[in-house]
Design a protein around this ligand. Structure first.
Ligand code: C2E
Ligand code: MG
Ligand code: MG
Ligand code: MG
Length: 284
């Protein structure tokens, strides 16, 4: 195959190596600029629904960066670069402030913000959250922080203390992408988290793969038994929704129900707490 493509292929590969480093440096510089007032960074909000598929329980903030030349870049990609280049603290702080400022004036019961493991390793993180909550006026009970399993397995004292302080202040801790890492069953046992989000990779296989279905069912039962909330992420089909509801999962998120939305689009949805009464009152 290498021969078939000849010299061209090799050069493309060599070029890619240089390119990658150059691209990362460029992305870093541009991200820095965007963060210091250059614009182009914003948050999209994906609602989480009750089993009726209509009532909105809360929303997850997902960062979006529209690059002036390359257009929309995948979040996972530029977040990885931000982590690598020491920018994640600033990026994360921006996302937290922006999400809290948005949520405070809305009827959203809660807002969830994704947190990088690097943010949780910072001993000052709980204080940073406290000051953002104070500045924006958001009730701590309305803030959920989503983090992945890996970070909880570090047996890092700082992380443990930060999570304890956050939970004591009323902020909720959510285990994102649950099932993809080494399951943090000890965290569940110690009731150190408030919610599990079952990873999309399991939900995707739900209607075609018996083992995936058995795992999802077991995870939901585990969460319910421990009185930890449970959300299914990446729900794309009616079949998946029906199966999940049958298994007792009462929080659903995914393209079937709604993609991530602009703030205005989210607030225009009919399922927010005040939306229904307000409308019937207006009609009466
Ligand atoms: P995540 O937190 O697990 O978010 C779910 C991802 O799945 C989002 O991708 C969302 O747009 C996408 N998604 C939602 N519903 C569906 C569905 O039904 N089908 C499919 N195929 N995809 C669905 P996105 O926005 O590209 O974000 C990717 C990841 O980047 C997030 O995964 C999260 O880990 C990270 N991320 C996003 N925003 C932030 C942030 O502000 N800070 C940090 N540290 N990480 C963030
Ligand atoms: Mg998430
Ligand atoms: Mg997730
Ligand atoms: Mg994910």
């Amino acid at each position: 195959e290498a021969k078939k493509n000849g010299r061209g292929r090799y050069q493309v590969f060599a070029g890619d190596m240089d390119d990658l480093l150059l691209r990362k440096r460029k992305v870093e510089a541009e991200l820095r600029k965007a963060l210091t007032g250059g614009g182009g960074i914003k948050l999209a909000y994906q609602p989480v629904f009750a089993t009726d598929g209509r009532r909105i329980l809360g929303a997850e903030a997902l960062i979006r960066w529209s690059h002036e030349v390359h257009g929309a870049l995948p979040a996972a990609q530029f977040i990885a670069i931000a982590e690598e280049r020491g920018l994640i603290g600033e990026l994360g702080k921006w996302a937290l402030s922006e999400a809290c400022r948005f949520a405070v004036g809305t009827e959203l019961p809660w807002i969830a913000v994704n947190i990088s493991p690097m943010q949780l390793r910072d001993a000052g993180f709980a204080e940073q959250i406290a000051s953002i909550l104070k500045e924006t006026g958001l009730d701590p009970a309305r803030l959920q922080l989503e983090t992945t399993e890996s970070v909880l397995l570090e047996h890092n004292e700082t992380i443990g203390a930060v999570i304890t302080a956050l939970r004591q202040s009323g902020v909720r801790i959510v285990l994102d992408d649950f099932g993809t890492g080494y399951s943090s069953l000890s965290y569940l046992r110690r009731q150190a988290i408030d919610k599990l989000k079952i990873d999309r990779s399991f939900i995707r296989l739900l209607d075609e793969d018996r083992s995936a279905a058995a795992i999802v069912k077991a995870l939901i039962e585990l969460a319910l038994a421990l009185k930890v909330e449970v959300t299914a992420e990446g729900v794309e089909t009616d079949e998946q929704k029906t199966l999940l509801v049958g298994m007792g999962c009462n929080q659903l998120q995914g393209y079937l129900l709604s993609p991530p939305l602009e703030p205005g689009q989210l607030l225009a949805l009919p399922g927010l707490p005040s939306a229904v009464p307000e409308r019937s009152a207006a009609r009466a």
